[in-house]
Design a protein around this ligand. Structure first.
Ligand SMILES: Nc1ncnc2c1ncn2[C@@H]1O[C@H](COP(=O)(O)OP(=O)(O)OP(=O)(O)O)[C@@H](O)[C@H]1O
Length: 679
């Protein structure tokens, strides 16, 4: 039996209620007429039913044979049944059982389904598959037949029957909650909590569950209404309390026999049952009033990476001064295409490395792999990430958790999303400070204020009391940076930290990052598609195209004298002209788009869009010619350099033919010297 729609996760709220709204008077759902009615009616019914023996005017079995099938009167406010028993007394005396039994179903269904969903969402695809397969078995069971069989064995024991129903329905609850939990876990503030080293149980309790509260409440209220109908339905079929004990279902069944000669008999019980079910649904609707949809993929741990690590221990970095050394990193979709291949770069303390390239080139996947925060179904499939000489690839999650937030921190493009809307800034800063630095509450608050000042927030006390939605984008990004600094990290990974901000705020955040690097010796890996950002802040740069680093070196060298055609093209297409340089009449463009993973061409992946393409670019090449201090993934790099060719801006309306930018006769390629080719 599946009483909950399996796609309900898409239809209900996962967005927490803004704290300001929560704090002002009644909860928001009670301010809606439907919600108020639902809550008041349910509370009234429960209270009246549980106390019925204290106030009912007649005993439930007391007969007034002179007043059979009577209409409402002063003596019998809701009338009487065929034996002259008082309907008001019987209806409310019968209410406790369905109201409590339906609650048992809800508690059991959510008591099983919700924790399973949280575990499946957290433990990754394998565990999720196992749990999902088991729940599918439950979903396939013929629940009605099963319940009737149980009644045959144990008799009419409503609470046990409804508990068994809860077990069966828990499979449907699991399916719905899994979608929501996966969606919530994908939110950046959950990432931020993980990045700050919060353990999985606390991430679930502090961040995931509160964000699921609305969905849980909506689903629970709906399931409660369904539970009421099932209890009444069972009693209607004769599987309720034995006469003369009253039950809503049997009273309706009894009334249906008199529907023509005493139609009123059906009204009071039917109306009370209908109103109670409607009340549960109205409450659910009111809770769902703030609905918003969240559909994002889930994350998982890194099974392939574990295998890699099993075969490899920690190693000494090739560059002894390096704090981070990434070698031949491959990131792939499990059982799917590679997203990143052979990425290598080195980062020294106090330096800023930029990963730059068009959208979809693999910058984010590369950056996220450094923290073990790849999306579900994507994992490191090769290579090594040496962090201070320690291999991070396939490090157990527990050890990675200890590194995240403390040694390596992360900020992302959307500061608002990275901050949990449920909590004040003070709370979000104080918690990691207490956990990571072991500070007391007062001390943590003082440090939090200092951190806010360090990131350029002058009225730190006011901001500490604020909630994320009360901050501007730039302010929120400063807070996100302060949050990242709570663990005094040595490396900050900044994924497009200024993309969502307006230009003036961008400049402020960049200058803040520069100051942090200068003052604290922090190292930064910054992901950006903006060469202006790279020029502004980076010491080193790695240009990525279609999952590979096509050129790297010092920012000055790469930006001043780009060697790879792709870097030239990016620079030619950059609308920002440095001060003192002439403004070009027309910007360059790069025809076509980045080929998606799985359809990268053989040979140079940029060949299809390159102005300098030749036959030899389209065949695999095992190694590359040396070029300056950095590396350049182009077989023609020296020819192009010698010819002094640059990426041509195309004429309006005309597309530059591949190969048009270089007219020199083909020149023999230098002997291969640098390792690394395109796979
Ligand atoms: N969860 C995922 N499953 C499969 N493929 C993915 C997933 N996430 C990203 N990709 C693909 O991986 C490739 C690299 O994505 P990535 O986000 O690293 O690019 P990017 O250079 O950071 O681009 P952007 O600036 O748009 O984020 C893209 O082709 C993208 O479609």
């Amino acid at each position: 039996m599946s009483v909950l729609p399996l796609d309900a996760a898409d239809d209900v709220a996962t967005e927490p209620v803004p704290p300001a709204q929560r704090r002002r008077g009644l909860p928001y759902f009670l301010r809606r007429p439907g919600g108020l009615f639902g809550a008041v009616w349910l509370v009234f019914m429960l209270a009246a039913s549980l106390t019925a023996s204290l106030w009912r005017p007649y005993e439930v079995a007391e007969q007034d044979l002179a007043n059979r099938l009577a209409l409402p009167s002063g003596a019998h406010l809701l009338g009487t049944d065929p034996l002259g028993r008082d309907l008001l007394s019987r209806i409310f005396s019968a209410g406790a059982e369905p109201l409590l039994a339906a609650a048992v179903t809800v508690l059991v269904a959510f008591g099983i389904g919700l924790p399973l969903a949280l575990i499946a969402a957290e433990r990754g695809r394998r565990v999720e598959r196992v749990i999902s397969r088991v729940t599918e078995v439950f979903l396939a069971l013929p629940a009605t037949i099963l319940l009737l069989a149980v009644i045959g064995v144990i008799g009419v024991r409503t609470f046990i029957i409804m508990a068994i129903l809860g077990v069966l329905i828990s499979a449907a609850v699991y399916r719905v909650m899994l979608g929501v939990a996966q969606s919530v876990r994908q939110r950046l503030y959950v990432d931020a909590a993980r990045v700050n080293g919060l353990g999985s149980l606390r991430v679930n309790l502090v961040h995931v569950l509160p964000s699921m509260a609305t969905v849980v409440a909506v689903q629970a209220a709906q399931l409660y209404g369904i539970g009421l109908l099932i209890v009444a339905g069972l009693a209607f079929l004769g599987f309720g309390p034995a006469e003369p004990a009253p039950s809503w279902g049997f009273m309706i069944q009894d009334a249906s026999s008199y529907v023509f000669n005493a139609p009123w008999l059906l009204v009071p019980t039917g109306l009370v049952l209908a109103l109670t079910v409607v009340a549960a649904n109205e409450l659910a609707d009111a809770i769902a009033g703030k609905a918003s949809i969240a559909r994002t993929p889930t994350r998982r741990k890194r099974p392939l990476a574990r295998a890699i690590a099993a075969a490899r221990g920690d190693a000494a970095p090739a560059d002894p001064a390096a704090i981070l050394e990434v070698r031949d990193l491959d990131v792939s979709v499990d059982d799917g295409p590679a997203l990143v291949t052979g990425v290598s770069f080195t980062l020294r303390p106090g330096r800023v490395l930029g990963l730059v390239g068009e959208s979809g080139c693999g910058k984010t996947m590369t950056a996220r792999s450094l923290m073990g925060l790849l999306p579900d179904g994507v994992s490191v499939s090769g290579g090594s990430i040496l962090w201070q000489g320690r291999e991070l690839v396939a490090l157990p999650d527990k050890e990675l958790t200890a590194i995240r937030g403390r040694e390596i921190a992360m900020i992302s493009q959307e500061p608002m999303v990275a901050l949990d809307p449920m909590f004040s800034i003070a709370y979000q800063l104080v918690q990691p400070l207490r956990r990571i630095r072991g500070a007391g509450k007062a001390e943590a608050r003082t440090i939090a204020a200092e951190l806010l000042r360090q990131v350029g927030i002058v009225d730190a006390e006011r901001v500490l009391k604020s909630y994320p939605h009360e901050l501007s984008g730039g302010m929120a990004q400063r807070v996100a940076i302060a949050l990242a600094l709570t663990g005094e990290p040595k490396l900050l990974i900044a994924d497009e930290p200024t993309t969502a901000l307006d230009v003036t705020v961008q400049a402020e955040i960049l200058s803040l990052l520069r100051a942090l690097v200068r003052d604290t010796g922090l190292s930064v890996v910054i992901v950006s598609h903006d060469l202006g950002v790279v020029a502004d802040i980076c010491d080193d740069v790695a240009v990525m195209y279609a999952g590979a680093v096509v050129e790297d070196g010092s920012a000055v060298a790469v930006l001043d004298e780009p060697a790879h055609p792709y870097t030239m093209a990016l620079l030619g297409a950059n609308p920002h002209v440095p001060d003192g340089e002439p403004v070009p009449e027309r910007l360059a463009s790069i025809p076509g788009t980045v080929p998606p993973p799985g359809s990268w061409p053989t040979g140079c992946r940029f060949a299809g869009r390159c102005q300098f393409v030749q036959e030899k670019c389209t065949v695999p090449f095992p190694a590359l010619p040396a070029h300056g201090a950095g590396s350049v993934l182009c077989v023609r790099v020296d020819e192009i350099a010698r010819a002094g060719a640059t990426w041509e801006a195309d004429d309006i309306g005309a597309e530059v033919a591949p190969g048009a930018g270089l007219t020199a006769e083909p020149i023999a390629t230098e002997p291969a010297a640098t390792a690394g080719g395109i796979r």
